[in-house]
Write a protein that binds this ligand. Structure first.
Ligand SMILES: [Fe+2]
Length: 397
């Protein structure tokens, strides 16, 4: 049985008082929500092989069809989670202006989102207001307190433990389940794909705050807060929140909001796993938009851990997987198909690090001009086409 999360106490000497985060109300509107399957992770530990097989079957279906799952019963209690949201709220209320300047990110040059993102676009230089602030903790933040906001120092033990638990317990168990779907050794994805350097590997932990969009921002961005995209790592672990802003692109080519499931993790499959699984796992497109009308004036606090693959690897399908041997690869979408096109021509595919860093360096807010973009129409709907390192990507606009 996996050990539950057991963080350091919140009331140790020297820790300032932290106001408890109060989740805002959920939307009362009648919405055509995305219907996602739920995986109770504790069932993976069941001594009954039938229970485990049932979990594997549900997971296979969920990641093939939706690419998104709700993960529940993974070892972090609702109160422990609330404490992490409270710490994130404290960051956004207390981070000093000096720290915001000193720890300002520079995605254009580094290809990482490390540090403080102010609410003015996705570049180093100040752009148009977008109302999104975050702090992003990468490996260097975990190696030197100088790179951590001063107001977070008293809670550093709790943040480190939380990230360690999410990576080395929750994600490790999740990758075991996904390895089982591929009918490979339980540790295949963990040993061969996942990056494992410190609490977040080559990924990062984000404490984000979305301020409500004013009329001007909504008009300029057409209601979109973050353009449609796929994540490039192994799994993205996003904590479900009451403010509905995340939408996913369904197989029926419609955007739908992901509903709130208290305490759950919303997991989505990154492109690395789509590539390794030969297209059996789906890196589903998603975006962030203005919430439903009755939540338009609420702030959205968000915690995410983006799990990354080992940067030096060039991904190819795990051909030894009995599932792939039996059913072949699925050539229907996205990164898998594009990487295959390169391989078929004898061109080396990008490494995982190249693939993620070039996309971060080129990220844009919906209101920014993106010189690398071409607009194409597919089945009557508008898509953005971009090309990085010889790989074309197509995103619903
Ligand atoms: Fe994403």
């Amino acid at each position: 049985m996996a050990a539950p999360f057991n963080p350091p106490a919140a009331d140790l000497p020297g820790k300032p008082f932290v106001e408890k985060w109060v989740p805002p109300p959920t939307s009362k509107l009648d919405i055509d929500w995305a219907k996602l399957r739920t995986i109770e992770l504790s069932r993976l530990d069941s001594p009954d092989p039938k229970v485990v097989q049932q979990l594997v079957d549900t997971c296979r279906e969920a990641i093939r069809v939706d690419g998104f799952i709700f993960l529940t019963d993974y070892g972090v209690s609702y109160d422990q989670l609330n404490r992490q949201f409270s710490i994130a709220q404290y960051l956004h209320r207390n981070m000093s202006e000096e720290d915001k300047e000193r720890l300002h990110w520079n995605p254009d040059e580094t290809g990482t989102f490390a540090g403080w993102k102010p609410r003015f676009g996705w570049r180093r230089d100040k752009g148009a207001p977008d109302g999104i602030e975050h702090f992003n903790y990468y490996q260097p933040q975990f190696e030197s307190m100088d790179r951590v906001p001063t107001c977070m120092h008293p809670f550093w033990d709790e943040i480190v433990d939380f990230c360690n638990y999410l990576t080395y317990s929750v994600n490790k168990r999740l990758l075991k389940l996904l390895s089982k779907v591929l009918e490979l050794d339980d540790d295949f994805l963990w040993d061969r794909v996942q990056s494992k350097q410190g609490p977040v590997g080559q990924g990062y932990f984000r404490q984000a705050l979305y301020y409500p969009a004013d009329d001007d921002l909504s008009k300029r961005a057409g209601g979109t807060r973050m353009n449609g995209h796929c994540d490039y790592g192994t799994t993205t672990m996003l904590f479900s929140v009451p403010i509905s802003s995340l939408q996913i692109w369904g197989r029926d080519e419609k955007w739908r909001y992901v509903p709130y499931t208290p305490g759950a993790l919303v997991i989505n499959i990154g492109e690395t796993l789509e590539l390794v699984s030969g297209g059996h796992f789906r890196a589903t497109r998603h975006r962030v938009v203005d919430p439903p009308e009755d939540q338009r004036n609420d702030e959205r606090l968000s915690l995410v851990l983006f799990q990354a693959s080992e940067g030096d690897l060039r991904m190819e399908p795990a051909y030894e997987s009995p599932l792939l041997k039996r059913e072949g690869c699925i050539d229907s979408q996205g990164a898998y198909r594009e990487f295959k096109r390169l391989r078929d021509k004898g061109i080396p595919v990008p490494t995982n690090r190249q693939w993620r860093e070039i996309q971060i360096a080129d990220s844009h807010h919906p209101t920014d001009a993106a010189p690398n973009d071409t607009i194409v129409m597919i089945n009557g709907s508008k898509h953005i086409q971009r090309e990085y390192l010889g790989v074309k990507i197509l995103l619903p606009a």
